[in-house]
Design a protein around this ligand. Structure first.
Ligand code: IPE
Ligand code: IPE
Ligand code: MG
Length: 244
């Protein structure tokens, strides 16, 4: 698809969902769905950041609530993240993509934290798009953590109460990124499961039925076509459009 003349979002969010059901439908274990899902994520991220003009992509890959899953599944996912960050670092570097993370470090293992830190460090000066992995991420946790940082700054006298505003608050979130314009959740679930509560307040939502491992370039193009038809008003009214 030719993206050059389209009204495209600046920041896209994807809630990566349906890996488990995809695997079950293929008669495989859930872990196989995660593996194929992670390969697809790497492919589709590069497509989005290199071929469409979209500047920021946030991907929800593990929520604070996902620790409720079996130890076997959590351990598998952590090993998979570690392996993928290690193997994909050079690919993102070559593509000039900057990789960042949103989420709490506790209780992630040293092994996964190390690969996260390495890929962050390796890609930190890149300018060809930002890939934000939301890992051990929760929207509630993020807002609490931001409030604690602000409290600390107030106590130390670095800022004053009157300095805090809706424009300043996002500086204290895990990453200081622009708001999410377009939020996609695969697998046909109609909820956001604690993703980007602050950043997605005016996002356009899109819920394709497709399970994430099958969410390919064509599916993404369809999503963007839908986005171009949305009328974003942000609470205002375009009077000229209504009464030309
Ligand atoms: C998304 O797939 C990946 C993670 C949440 C880690 P799921 O594992 O939630 O897959 P379903 O929803 O059970 O199919
Ligand atoms: C949301 O998916 C979290 C991620 C995609 C990482 P879940 O599959 O965990 O969400 P629920 O439990 O269906 O709400
Ligand atoms: Mg799920």
């Amino acid at each position: 698809m030719d993206y050059s003349k389209m009204k495209i979002p600046y920041h896209v969010g994807i809630i990566v969902d349906g890996n488990g059901r995809w695997a079950e439908e293929h008669g495989k274990k859930r872990s196989y769905g995660h593996k194929i899902g992670s390969e697809n994520l790497e492919k589709i991220s590069r497509y989005i950041l290199k071929k469409t003009g979209i500047k920021v992509l946030s991907v929800y890959v593990f929520s604070t609530e996902n620790f409720k899953r079996s130890k076997e599944e959590v351990d598998y996912l952590m090993r998979l993240f570690t392996k993928k960050f290690k193997s994909d670092a050079k690919k993102y570097q070559k593509e000039n993509i900057k990789v960042v993370f949103s989420g709490r470090r506790e209780p992630l293992s040293e092994a996964v934290l190390k690969t996260m830190d390495e890929i962050t460090e390796m890609t930190k000066n890149n300018t060809g798009g930002i890939l934000n992995f939301c890992l051990n991420y929760g929207g509630h946790a993020e807002i609490i953590d931001a409030c604690l940082k602000i409290h600390h700054e107030l106590e130390n006298g670095n800022i004053k109460e009157e300095d805090i505003s809706e424009n300043v608050f996002p500086h204290y979130l895990y990453q200081d990124l622009p708001p999410i314009d377009f939020l996609i959740r695969t697998s046909g679930e109609y909820r956001t499961s604690n993703f980007m509560l602050w950043q997605a307040s005016y996002a356009e939502f899109y819920f394709p039925k497709t399970y994430f491992p099958d969410f390919n370039e064509e599916e993404f193009d369809k999503a963007i076509l839908e986005y171009t038809k949305r009328d974003r008003r942000f609470g205002g009214i375009d009077y000229e459009k209504k009464n030309p």
